[in-house]
Ligand binder design. Structure first.
Ligand code: LLP
Length: 423
């Protein structure tokens, strides 16, 4: 559920009409809804209410300070994958003891910084990384709390590029290698290895792969405890999907997901850590763009808009489907045309929607690309020397530009001329 609706014939973000934002910030821009963010967090928190569980928002899905602060105020911890994300989480006021540092390749500098901040735990993905972390921690005179990420070889049945829990994926250590690695890790002086981490993929719309992974996690926890390891926390990752295609795609409800966690892991007496990103912020954001031109090609229509693949790369990178809504509701009852929604970037792959029956849009009108709150702005770039897309956060009848559009001077001014070309 989200808080983007037509009121008086115009698409609103909560109480704010999108055309008003377009006048204020220009197009394209991302728009997020506070009420939607809060609702999704609360639904998940309530689903886990009876369990000892900590929600660590996956910063990679949307790292805007205003979004992170909204999450932090609700009590969320955070899952970070770089020093930059850790700095963002801390800047948004997230207590260090609620931060988990994941990722397949942390540098020693990043480890040292995270230890100096006093984060809760590291999710470690290889033996050499365990050794490095132990050395860095010893050097700093501390012990690093660790969960080892185990790859359960479970098919999450999602897009290949966002599937992480198969043996051919780079993530984690093989399930069968876990016991000997925990044994080795126990002997490393800088580590307190007391958790297990799994994350099998993203945009998962079926509970079965989670069930398989959680059962394997359970077996491993029991086996490790039999071997004398203290397993205090289980990090079950993120991955719960969202409905990109309205009611045609119904991912499991957080209540069902929480029930499954209780059934499979609930009696182990270990604290559960969750790392949701998309399910909290996906539906809480959209990308507003303006139609520049409409062109009828030989076989189909191209609606050329001012947002492009550099602003939202998901359609071309993952064949992702995002609904496209007219900002004017009257368009919904008008004629429909088979068309591609494309951007101005010089690439054939520059599209936001392909072969869709959509309203016959006209130049200058606004359209909204839905469910763009997760992995939208964070993956944007300045390709074709296009300015980084701005972000707006709405809260009831208030709104704020939470990342302004930079100027061309800002962007070009990042480059430096070498001495032999200067002057
Ligand atoms: N935890 C770990 C270890 C992860 O790798 C991820 C996402 C998450 C949690 C959060 O997953 P979520 O709850 O958001 O599904 N750019 C892609 C998605 C990449 C996901 C990467 N890892 C997309 O646009 O679909």
């Amino acid at each position: 559920m989200h808080h983007f609706d037509y009121r008086d014939g115009v698409l609103h973000a909560e109480d704010i009409p999108l055309p008003r934002l377009a006048v204020e910030v220009g197009t394209p821009f991302y728009c997020y809804s506070t009420a939607t963010l809060e609702r999704h967090y609360r639904v998940l928190a309530e689903a886990f209410a009876g369990q000892d569980a900590v929600i660590c928002f996956a910063v990679k899905s949307n790292s805007n300070q205003a979004v992170l602060k909204t999450m932090a105020r609700l009590g969320a911890g955070m899952d970070v994958v770089s020093e930059g994300e850790l700095r963002r989480a801390r800047a948004a006021g997230v207590p260090a003891e609620k931060i988990i540092f994941a990722g397949v390749g942390k540098s020693r500098e990043e480890m040292a910084y995270a230890l100096s901040e006093g984060i809760f735990s590291f999710n470690v993905e290889s033996e050499p990384e365990l050794v490095a972390l132990s050395e860095v921690a010893e050097g700093a005179g501390v012990q690093a709390r660790v969960a080892i990420r185990v790859n359960p070889d479970v098919d999450a049945k999602t897009h290949a590029k966002i599937s992480t829990g198969k043996s051919e994926n780079k993530f984690g250590i093989p399930y069968l290698a876990a016991i000997p690695l925990y044994e080795k890790a126990r002997r490393l002086p800088g580590l307190d290895v007391s958790g297990i981490h799994m994350h099998i993929g993203s945009q998962i719309t079926d509970l079965a792969p989670f069930r398989d992974a959680f059962r394997l996690m359970r077996d491993l926890a029991l086996e490790l405890r039999r071997e004398g390891h203290a397993i205090h926390h289980l990090d079950i990752g993120g991955g719960l999907g969202v409905p990109y295609r309205g009611s045609n795609e119904v991912p499991p409800h957080p209540d069902e997901y929480a029930m499954l966690v209780r059934e499979t892991l609930g009696d182990l007496g270990a604290r559960i850590y969750l790392e949701p990103g998309r399910m909290i912020v996906g539906n809480a954001g959209l990308l507003v763009t303006r139609v520049l031109y409409v062109k009828d090609g030989a076989g189909k229509r191209f609606t050329i808009v001012d947002a492009a693949m550099n602003d939202l790369i998901r359609p071309t990178l993952y064949e992702a489907y995002h609904e496209v809504w007219p900002v004017l509701m009257s368009r919904l009852s008008g004629p429909r045309v088979m068309q591609d929604i494309v951007g101005p970037v010089c690439e054939t792959g520059d599209y936001l929607a392909v072969e869709r029956e959509l309203p016959a849009f006209e130049a200058e009108e606004l359209v909204a690309v839905m469910t763009a709150g997760a992995y939208g702005a964070v993956m944007s770039s300045t390709y074709n020397t296009r300015l980084l897309v701005p972000e707006v956060l709405v809260n009831g009848h208030e709104f704020a530009v939470v990342r302004p559009r930079p100027s061309y001077d800002d962007l070009i001014g990042l480059d430096r001329l070498p001495s032999w070309l200067a002057g």
